[in-house]
Design a protein around this ligand. Sequence first.
Ligand code: PLP
Length: 391
Amino acid sequence: MEVLTRVRTEFLPYALPDIGEEEIAEVVQTLKSGWITTGPKTKEFERRMGDYLGVKHAIAVSSCTAALHVALAAIGVGRGDEVITSPLTFCATANAVVHLGGRPVFADIGDDLNIDPVEIERHITSRTKAIIPVHHSGQPCRMDEILACARAYNLPIIEDAAHAIGAVYHGRMIGTIGDVTAFSFYATKNMTTAEGGMIATDNDDLAEKMRLLSLHGISKDAWKRYSSEGSWYYEVLCAGYKYNMTDIQAALGIHQLAKLEQFIQARSWYASTYNEAFGDMPEIQVPLANAGLRHAWHLYVIQLNLERLTIDRAEFIEALRAENIGTSVHFIPVHLHPYYRDQFGYRRGDYPNAERIYDRIISLPLYPKMTEEAMQDVIAAVQRTVSKYRR
Ligand SMILES: Cc1ncc(COP(=O)(O)O)c(C=O)c1O
């Protein structure tokens, strides 16, 4: 292994958005137009997203968290209901269940960091109301098995596709498989609206409920009330939430969506270059990519073979930081957080795979805006750290 000697002088963040002149011009035009909240740009963004995904209904909302919340509310999750999801996810997935009075039940993961369908079935009870597979890093879960399990027990599937816009599972676009799919356009995601989310579904009934729930339960699009064809009259049909997307966000989204394919290609290229660099290092396990899928490569997550190193994951991260390389960890398993421990009685030992994997994972910088030179700096810093702390 040839180890390069150059050390970065400037800090490399683990993620950065890629905003071009087109986005900036559209946002400025929106600001000048007099219509800055939900309106024509949001409708346009929804239409384009529906076409891209190939779904009947695309509903723009303020975040993926909001999307998950209204999806679970629309299928009727309530007090005492159980919803099965992955422990290796962002707290948002489980929090959305808690907001409705439900109990998040975790099912352990496999080496691909995704929920294990066999574990899902093991956790189904008479109180189970839904399953939320999380497509970790942008790699689709084993949806055929999850669908079969959901059908057998008559359970809806709400996909947490915060990482997975543009991912494809055996020829099917993520967004077209489960009953509802929730996407995130948070600043670091594969495409961004700064904050934002999208709900995708082919189910007319759920779509209508989710539209209502995402804007106060108001019977028609509020923005139409203020336009020339609008009227002052509206009715509140349920106590909905305030989760609408603004036209400023949609202005960003329209152009980010147009660049999504090129963004994913850049991410895939970086991922395969990392794979080549780390593939034969016994101290590092590269991400396990399943066959028959298009991985969206939101994250590039290595696993450290700790048995071959004299330092732990936290120390490895510190060593990379000393080399000016930013990293992150996706995720601290939800059941280990104090709230989930205290409120639901979860503890270390409950999900051995998620815990073992958590202790070893590091997300390396991966984003289209990163230069090739920066990527080589990451590779060199990882190789140097391994050489220094090899057992
Ligand atoms: C797996 C997962 N689910 C949900 C979310 C929530 O997304 P948002 O920030 O758009 O609410 C995130 C955000 O990081 C995530 O990583």
